[in-house]
Design a protein around this ligand. Structure first.
Ligand code: KG4
Ligand code: ZN
Length: 351
């Protein structure tokens, strides 16, 4: 198959990002440039992402980020095969900024537009980094999403389980806020947990032992809040709570993934050598979670595929790659494609 070169634009949350990627399915692809402008500092005073601030920042920075992505890659707009942008799910103001820019570029350059589902971009990031055949079990753990699904092919995903309340990254962020730590809280909790005793506080393990593969994290966060407001909790206890919280998250994730692994194994009559777990999303940067995944995959006979941390958190390269995969399947989108705040991956449809 011939190699395609695709420009990808990502603006669905608090990263303004653009990248140029070259290659063909099933990967790996070559990342010619990958520019990510994080807005964490803009949102930190508020303890979380403020949609209006994010949208304005995307408007301000996106043109420059795209220009740099093309310049770093050493390609002109005329030299790319398609313009891809996240069309959802995400904060609608930001999604509109990225999608409208992509439409303008596609129209001006006479190139196809690819409207990318952000979750599919995360799902395919391991094909970009390592090259990987379908099917695989996918764990998506980020600030906005927490799901386990079977990835059967481009546009073909089946949900095994998802969070019924908070996403796991959100639980990290909210617990960090309780402890007075700045946004984003995940890396802060992880660092603090290293100095703490993870057995100090008995936190709940929501959903443990259930037959489905759903998650729930709000009870864990609430239990952490009760501890922080209880008698005897002081600054000296913060590291212990961070460690106890992280341990509980690891236990819950392990149990839920274990259930999904059994579903996946039953559905795919493959020898154990072909079972694969792909992990994507910002929370996959957590070392305690990575260690648990390594151990669990060893026990269950799954190969573990984790993109490098820079491709786990939101970025333009994964969007460019997802666009490239769809382009290779002959899937182009119309210039009137609508941005979507909600766009579940399993409704993408077989294409
Ligand atoms: O995928 P991502 O960059 O953005 C989306 O939500 O789409 O994920 C960001 C989330 C935040 O909630 C952040 O706290 C969490 O990933 N995170 C971590 C770590 N690094 C980032 N959570 C736990 N441990 C980490 N080391
Ligand atoms: Zn994301």
């Amino acid at each position: 198959m011939r190699a395609f070169t695709v420009l990808g634009i990502e603006t669905s949350c608090d990263e303004t990002a653009a990248a140029v990627v070259r290659g063909h399915p099933p990967g790996p692809g070559e990342i010619l440039s990958n520019i990510v402008l994080g807005q964490a500092a803009d949102h930190r005073p508020y303890g979380g992402v403020v949609p209006e601030i994010a949208a304005r920042a995307h408007v301000e920075w996106l043109d420059g980020v795209i220009e740099r992505a093309l310049a770093d890659a050493g390609v002109e707009l005329s030299g790319i095969d398609a313009v891809a942008a996240t069309a959802g799910p995400g904060l609608i103001g930001g999604v509109m900024v990225g999608l409208v820019s992509a439409k303008a570029l596609a129209l001006a350059a006479g190139k196809p537009l690819i409207a990318v589902n952000h979750l599919e971009a995360h799902a395919l990031s391991a094909r970009l980094s390592q090259g990987l055949e379908f099917p695989f079990l996918l764990l998506l753990i980020s600030g906005g999403h927490c799901q386990l699904m079977a990835a059967d092919g481009i546009g073909r995903y089946r949900l095994y389980g998802a969070t019924i309340d908070d996403a796991v990254g959100e639980a990290f962020d909210k617990t960090a806020k309780l402890l007075g730590l700045p946004y984003p809280g995940g890396p802060q909790i992880e660092a603090l947990a290293e100095r703490g005793n993870g057995r100090k506080f008995a936190l709940p393990r929501p959903m443990l032992g259930r037959e489905d593969a759903d998650f729930s994290f709000s009870g864990l966060k609430t239990a952490a809040r009760h501890i922080t407001t209880g008698a005897g909790f002081g600054p000296a206890s913060k590291a212990d709570l961070a460690a106890s919280f992280q341990n509980a998250v690891v236990d819950v994730l392990r149990d839920r993934i274990h259930v999904a692994m059994q579903y996946f194994r039953t559905e795919y009559d493959y020898s154990n050598n072909n079972l694969k777990l792909v992990v994507a999303g910002g929370v996959a940067a957590n070392c305690a979670i990575r260690r648990m995944l390594d151990e669990l995959c060893g026990v269950e006979g799954f190969g573990l595929y984790m993109p490098p941390p820079a491709l786990c958190t939101d970025n333009g390269a994964m969007v460019a790659w997802a666009g490239l995969e769809r382009l290779a399947c002959g899937l182009e989108d119309r210039l009137d494609s609508a941005p979507r705040a909600r766009w579940p991956l399993e409704t993408l449809g077989v294409s």
